[in-house]
Design a protein around this ligand. Sequence first.
Ligand code: OAK
Length: 806
Amino acid sequence: MVLTTKEFREDFSKTFEGLYAFDLSEASPIQYYTALGNYLKVYSADNWSHTNQAYLEHQVKQVYYFSMEFLPGRMLKSNLLNLGILDTVRDGLREMGLDFEVIARAEVDPALGNGGLGRLASCFMDSIASLGIPGNGNGIRYRYGLFQQKFVDGYQVELPENWLRDGNVWEVRKENKAVMVRFGGQAILSEDPDGRLKPIYSQTQNILAVPYDTGMIGYQNEVVNNLRLWSAEIPPEEEIHYHTIADREKVNQITEVLYPDDSNYEGQILRLRQEYFFTSAGVQSIVRYYKQMVLTWQHFPDKVAIHINDTHPALCIPELMRILLDEEGLSWEQAWEITQKTMSYTNHTILQEAMEKWPVRMVQELVPRIYQIIEEINQRHIDKKLPLYTPELTYRTTIIADGNVKMAHLAIIGSHSVNGVAKLHTEILMHEVLRDFYQMYPAKFNNKTNGITQRRWLHLANEGLTKLIDNKIGTAWKTNPSELKLFKSFANNEDTLAQLAEIKLENKKQFAAYAEKEMGIELDPTALFDVQIKRLHAYKRQLLNALHILDRYLKIKDDPDLDIQPRVFIFGAKAAPSYVYAKQIIKLINTIADMVNNDPAIGNKIKVVFVENYGVSLAELIIPAAEVSEQISLAGKEASGTSNMKLMLNGALTVATLDGANVEIRDFVGEDNIFLFGLNDQEVYAFYENGTYHSRDIYDSNPRLQRVLNTFIDGTIPGIETEGRVIFDSLVQYNDEYFVLKDFESYVEVQEKVDQLYQDPMAWNQKSLLNIASSGPFSADFTIKRYAEEIWKTDSQLPAIQQYIH
Ligand code: OAK
């Protein structure tokens, strides 16, 4: 069935009138957008219900991706693209005199995640649906998303993100699927008539978990999967117990706000509440669904895979045990076998500060029965492993230690699969961070290098480049991204390279227009656009980037006539509100930006743009305009990175340490087409072991670097006395935890090579093209295929679903 613009206009007008009962010509963009969203929901409703029907009827195995964060970005365009009606709708709206781009921008970008982990979950949702894999997301419907970032005098200020203000057209509230989640009170074990121990609960607090479902539309394949986000409510029958506003608030609070911490753990009870809330609700609803199939419990892992996205949903493990033991009456052994076969876990960080551990007392008080089960898992683990390993090794792997429950240990012991997110990261997990577990369970460990959806990050974000690629190699790459490699055959085609350059320039102009309009900064679009976009974290080393900018600044100040490649340095980064040092770095970079951008001696030779409120939508504007991709974390610290993949896909050249997925980027694109610098992970580990790193020595012996660092404290950069001193001391006095000074020299050296290459546009464009053409392996479709085949054992169900349509 092909939709014509005429049909679209008629149906859209009807939807609009049904919703607003007034003439379409007087509406606001948000009203058009809402009507369009409603129209699309109806348009895709059959596919959604057919997909559900097919899954149930064929009793297929389904995966449930549990994640505390999803960062989907605006959904209008991607839904239209995936439904195959983007052009029709755009044309139809134009015929009605409406501007599609204005309407699309009226959608809020739901920031229900912090960064990499949440965005990955959403890329995965797109790929799972696009491959026809029966898969569901399971998470939290936060009332407030990640804070809105404003800069006031260069400082980050956080404002609440009320993303639901205008409603959310994509979601469907399903109170009929609500479940009850039990907190607190006591759980006393007592024998039932069959002699089994069962908990008797008293004084618990019962919270109603209400799901809101959003269709995850596959790419032109009629599949619509489900993303289920849970919201906490007072159960109607318990209203009577909630007398005060404060009591009621406590319930709403559970799903009120996303914790703004990225790769950082804070042991707040509300966070633990959130974790149990959405895992319990999710697991209960899975069990309820399974029971419709009338199968024995032994078959549960043949029908259900539960994936734990980092440790935040690790309570899935004791929760499934609880249901199988207490509610379904299985023996411990049966329940444990089913649980382990069902669960799999991805680790997303090796940073110690990100490792979740909950005080025993907190877990005991909040979820007493769950704690009992964790204790027994722990005890049985010890009993089983002590005869096989040394006591030291065994006790290093316990779940409960030093008064804490270690969530990673729970996740590893309770899962059949543990994966890292890039080759290097998985190696580090196996041989360093989790080596005890690797010794115990070598078969559990595997790598699944991250991926990104080329639909959002190329097709939608960079239409110019998409058209060029389509013209050169056809459109098959959209469903088989490995086809992108065909683009390599144009690496020596001057015409193609010139077109590529033109597209990049156009994208740069669009970003420049944004910078001018929103920030009042005028950019020269022919300058080199250098981009670092990611959370602000010391290990990601935005500071190294800042040192390089200052080094250039001083050079130009020394010699205002210096012939140097003009560069625009673009940053986008939020810092966790409690991460003081990261916020000081934001202030530093903003102050450098002010100083440099307004110095007539510098002119267009350097511009620094720190965009406010970086998120998915801004990434879609920045990435297509990028020429240099800054991936400069300390080697060994960045698990994978995914902006590195998006930037490569859009033709940026990578300046990188051998960290995370940068290693694989190097392997695919070749050493000649990437700018590598700095220590590698082995060298970093050697420094840790020998204790021979002394940053002060570098400061003392390198006058160029010394001069740069002194600008932090000698008044060169005005108005950063406090921040400048703290940052200076961290680097010089307190031994520079992330080896910024150590890597400075090779970083600036490689940046000079970047400048040199940029002088030869054809050579540059050729490398850019080779990067695009080598990025196919980073498609999330491939990553998901591997998860599905090797971990979840879920098959694509396209024929089963499509039989309902054709
Ligand atoms: C967030 C909270 C806790 C633990 C990890 C994270 C996180 O976002 N990690 C990031 O995950 C991305 C997706 O796997 C990786 O690309 C990043 O390297 C990693 O920092």
